[in-house]
Write a protein that binds this ligand. Sequence first.
Ligand code: NAP
Length: 625
Amino acid sequence: MTQMPDHDWTRQLDNALPTANVPTLLMVLLHLTGDKRWLSKRYQCMHIRGIDDHDSGGLAPEVQQEIRSAAREAVLAWKAGTAAAVPDPGLDELVEMLRCSVGEEIPYTYGPMVGAWLGLDRDFRINQRDEYRVPDNFHVVIIGAGVAGLCASIRLRGAGIPHTVIEKNAEVGGTWYENRYPGAGVDTPNHIYSYSFANGDWTRYFALREEIQAYFVNVSHRFGVRPHVRFSTKVESAIYNEGSRDWTVRVSDANGNADVLRANVVISAVGLLNVPKMPDIPGLGTFTGPCFHSARWPEGLDVRGKRVAVIGNGASAMQIVPAIAPHVAQLTVFQRSKQWAAPFERFQKPVPTATRFLLKEVPYYQPWYRQRLAWIFNDRIHASLQIDPEWPHPERAINRRNDKHREFFTEYVKKQLGERQELLADVLPDYPPFGKRMLMDNGWFRTATRDNVRIVNNGIQKIDSNAVITADGQRFEADILVVCTGFDAVNLLSSFRLIGRGGRNVRDHWDANGAQAYLGVATPGFPNFFMLSGPNTALGHGGSVVALLETQVQYVMSLLKAALNENQAGFEIEVRQDVHDRYNQCVQDAHARMIWTHQGTSNWYRNGKGRIVAPTHSVMTTTGT
Ligand code: NAP
C-alpha cells in the first residue's frame, strides 16, 4: 500500500530542492523514472573549469527548475512506495549518465569504477558470508586499524573469515588518531573521503580531524570491528613458514609483553604516511623550547603569544600555519620550495541543513554527489598530468592545459596577496602545478600577508639553542619549533620485520630496487601477504584514498574467495615474478611520461634513486590502482 510522505518530510524536501546540486538531481531523476529524455541534449550539463561542485550544471534557469520540479514529483512518489524504475543501470549507461552530469567525455572503461562508487557493484557488498568456504582454523592477521585496516576487517567479517587486527594505538583511526595539530582536517571532500558502505552525515564539506576520527570510531562500532582488535599492540615481525604455508606474527603490547600469532594470510594496513621524517638539521635536538613533528603535536600546548617557527610548507604546515597565526606573537615559516594550493569555494564551509537532508534522505543523491566529486576532484585531472614532449615551455608547465592551470592558480595567488604583491616572489612556485601534491588553499596565501607572519626562503644551516640559523647567517629566534617535514613514504613497511620465502627480508630487495608490488598489493616471495596502501598506490593527482583502499581490499577479497573456494587444503597466493616485473615496468614507463618526473620537480613520491614508489600512474579502477 502506498503512503503519502508525512508533511514534515515534504516540507524539508521543498526547502532543500532549491539548494540541490542540479546535475546530481538529474541522476536521481534518471534512476527513479527511467526516462531517457533526461539524457537528451537539453539536459546535458556543461563542463566546468577548475574544481567546483557546479550546482547549476551550467543549465538555463528554466531547465534547472524543470529538473527540480520533476525530481520533486519522482522523489515523493518514491517516498510513497513507488520503486525506482532503474535501480541498477548497466555499466555503459552509468558512464553515459556521468557524462551528462559533468559535461565531459568519459571512457566506457570507467564504467566498473562508477558502479563501485555508486555501491552498485555486487562484489563490493559487505555481507557475502554464503560465498566463502572458510575451513576450520583459518585465520587472517591485519596489521593496523586505520582507514585501510577497518575496511579489511569489515569485509573479512562480512565473508565470515576469522581475523585479528593488531593496532599499535589505543584507538582506531590511524593517521586521524595520531595527527592532532591545530587545523587538522581533510583536504579531500568528505563525501568522497568516506566508505561507500557508510555514508557520513558530514557537518562540513571538508571535516576537521575530530569529526573524521569520530566517523571512523563510529564505523568500528557499527560494523563490529572492535572485538577483533588488539589495541596498544605492535607487530614486531611477520615470518613466512614455507612448510606449513602460514605466517608467524610476533607482537608486543604497551607493557612489553610478547605474543605469537599464527596466520594463513597477513594483510598489512600500516599506511603510507605515518612514520615521521625528521630533517637532518645540525643542532635540531638541542632546541631549547618544545620541538616536535607535526604528527606529534603535544596535548594542551599553548601557542598563544609565543614566537613559533615552522619548518616545511606541505599539507600539514598549510593547515597549521593559518590555524595558529592569529594567536601567536610571531610565526616564521621556513620553506624549501614553494607550494601550489587550489581554491575551493566550499573548503571551510558547513554543509547546510537542507543539503544534508538531500544527502541523507533522497535516494541516489549521495552516491551520485560522490561520483561527480570523484571525477571532478580526481580522475579527470589525470589526463592533464601527461608531459607533452612538443610543448615549448617545459620550464613552466608540462603541456598546454597544465600551463592554463598555472595561469589560473597564479592569478588566484595574486588576488589572495591583495596589497602585498611584493610577497609574490616568496610564495609563487617555480615548477608546474601538480608537480607536488596539489594542496587546498586553507588561507595560506592570505596568512602570508599578516604582519606577524614571515616566509623565509633561505635554507636552514643549523638550530642554535632557541634560534633557526639560515644559510646566509640570519638568526630567527623562536619559543616553539614545529617540524612539518612529512613522512617516510618511500621505505614502505619499515615499521616491522617482514620475512618471506627462503628467509628473505623485504628490505634487502626493496632497499636496493625501491618498493614494488603487483597492483600495489602483492610482491613475489611473500605468499599470502597483501599490502594496502602499497607501492604506487598513493593518489598524486588527488582523490579519495578511502575509495582507493576499498578497491584494494576488494581485490584481496577476490583472491581469497577464489583460493578458499578452489583449494580448501591450504593455498599459496603469490604473484608471478614475470607478471610483477611487467606490471612494474609499465608503471615506471607511465610515470616517466608524467609530471612527477618532470624537470625541476621534487616530491615525496621518489626514492633516492629517482624511482617513483608512492603514487599510482593510472586513474582509479576497481582492481586497486
Ligand atoms: P610533505 O607534504 O612531505 O611536506 C614536507 C615539507 O617539509 C615540504 O615543504 C618539504 O620541502 C619540507 N622539508 C622536508 N624535509 C626538509 C628539510 N630537511 N629541510 C627543510 N624543509 C624540509 O609533508 P606533510 O605536510 O606532512 O604532508 C604529507 C602528506 O600527508 C601529504 O602530501 C598528504 O598526502 C598527507 N596529508 C594530508 C592532509 C590532509 O588531507 N588534510 C594533511 C596533512 C598531510 P620540499 O617541498 O622542498 O620537499
